[in-house]
Design a binder for this molecule. Structure first.
Ligand SMILES: [Zn+2]
Length: 448
């Protein structure tokens, strides 16, 4: 099989978890890919002719959508798992990040994006608060493009040691976002968004301006709110609400300590939420994951890998962690909600796919296996030792599957992984570049 998209491909005899509105799970179904789109999902045999791929051993799901990943940090992954969370802010954001060269952004982002694809994440919101120069933005875009992932560059701010961009900042969002809006316009797989500092980091004039700039450019806004208790004191969501700025083009990351009143404001505005589950569990001081409160106000969140310095970025881990957390903690009575919603495995898979698509504004393009949508799909080997024999494919995916079971990955109909191997990226070079960057950053004190 080649990595290029042939005109018509028929995945024959698959188990298909559609994540469509009826949540249909089809057995022995054909999925037809034509010119990058899903042309047909047939119960039984399709009559459309094309290259036939035997999918009888596969569970086919929509590609995962990771709605918040600081991908530039991938080359220094797993360095802060044991550390005090504050040391990450001091040593990575106010330390090494200030010394990142464009080539470090490129190497980290490429590694993060390629490894995301290998684990079935076909869309990645790259939360890039590493805009030390325009060349840093270009390096991130080059890496996302080269990886072949559907990418959203969340354009942030420059990192400095002195806090002028993050401590009640009076500096407006870097103007480079306007250049990028022009250079990314019309790109088939890459979009631009504004990674905002918001009321927790910036002065009122600045956070008003962030929203105005994004809306002028027609791009979405993502902002961290309420991660730690001291963050929540700013009542960022309430401030946006009072200013009349809340909108469905906004995604709020974490919300762990955000008040339930504010979560209702997010719900009323039709805005979305991203839970960086594994990092939220791992980082001491981040409050309880607010899934019970989100569901109680009608918000169905998306999921994200956040920073690989403290957690695993893959979406299997996010799903499994969230399900276990909810069953154990909320199910164990540790909830401020009187009658917390029951959580099902299908719900969790929906968060990782369809709700992710909503949170990046692409739910008419991706997020379910539906005719007319883009062919962004993940084929999981149901015959592997840790999954077989499959009785419930959704349970198998959420409870049991991992990157090693991901046989084939399509992005817009193009095979980026096939037969369990990355066929688009030169993984040897990706890792070598990341290792060189890691060495350089280690010399600056990161990860020692
Ligand atoms: Zn984050």
């Amino acid at each position: 099989m080649s990595g290029a998209a042939s005109a018509v491909t028929v995945l024959r005899g698959a188990t298909v978890v559609t994540m469509d509105q009826q949540r249909r799970v089809l057995r022995d179904a054909d999925v037809v890919i034509r010119e990058g789109l899903i042309a047909e999902v047939a119960e039984g045999r399709s009559t459309i002719l094309g290259e036939v791929v035997d999918a009888t051993e596969w569970i086919v799901i929509p590609g995962f959508v990771d709605t918040h990943r600081h991908t530039w940090q991938s080359a220094i992954r797993h360095t802060y798992g044991d550390a005090d969370p504050l040391s990450y802010f001091r040593e990575v954001l106010a330390g090494a990040g200030t010394h990142y060269l464009p080539e470090d952004v490129y190497a980290g982002t490429l590694l993060g994006a390629v490894s995301a694809l290998s684990a079935g994440t076909t869309t990645l919101f790259d939360w890039a608060h590493i805009q030390n120069s325009p060349a840093h933005a270009d390096a991130g875009i080059a890496a996302l493009t080269e990886a072949g992932i559907r990418g959203i560059l969340g354009h942030g701010w420059p990192l400095t040691a002195t806090g002028e961009w993050t401590d009640d900042s009076v500096l407006k969002h870097p103007r480079d976002v306007e250049r990028l809006a022009a250079t990314t316009a019309g790109s088939p797989l890459l979009q631009l968004a504004l990674a905002a500092r918001g009321p927790e980091m910036a002065s009122a004039e600045v956070w008003h301006d962030e929203i105005a700039r994004a809306r002028d450019l027609g791009i979405r806004v993502s902002v961290h709110v309420g991660a730690y208790r001291h963050n929540a004191a700013a009542r960022a969501v309430a401030q946006y609400h009072r200013a009349g700025l809340l909108g469905q083009d906004m995604t709020f990351v974490h919300c762990s300590n955000t008040s339930t009143e504010e979560l209702s404001m997010i719900a009323d505005a039709g805005a979305t939420v991203s839970l960086g589950v594994h990092c939220e569990l791992n980082a001491r001081g981040i409050g309880d994951i607010p899934l019970d409160r989100l569901l109680s106000v009608g918000i169905r969140p998306s999921l994200s890998g956040d920073t690989e310095t403290k957690c695993s970025g893959d979406m299997f881990t996010q799903m499994r962690s969230l399900f276990g957390y909810y069953r154990s903690w909320v199910g164990g009575g540790h909830s401020s909600v009187a009658e917390p919603h029951q959580l099902t495995l299908h719900d969790v898979l929906e968060f990782a796919t369809l709700q992710g698509a909503r949170a990046v504004g692409l739910d008419d393009v991706i997020g379910s296996i539906t005719p007319g949508k883009s062919a962004d799909m993940v084929c999981i080997r149901a015959t592997d030792l840790n999954l077989a024999p499959v009785s419930d494919p959704v349970a198998a995916v959420v409870l049991g599957a991992h990157e090693g079971n991901v046989d084939t990955v399509f992005v817009a109909g193009r095979r980026v992984k096939s037969g369990g191997r990355m066929v688009h990226a030169d993984t040897g070079r990706v890792v070598a570049d990341a290792r060189a960057s890691q060495s350089r950053l280690a010399a600056l004190g990161v990860g020692r």
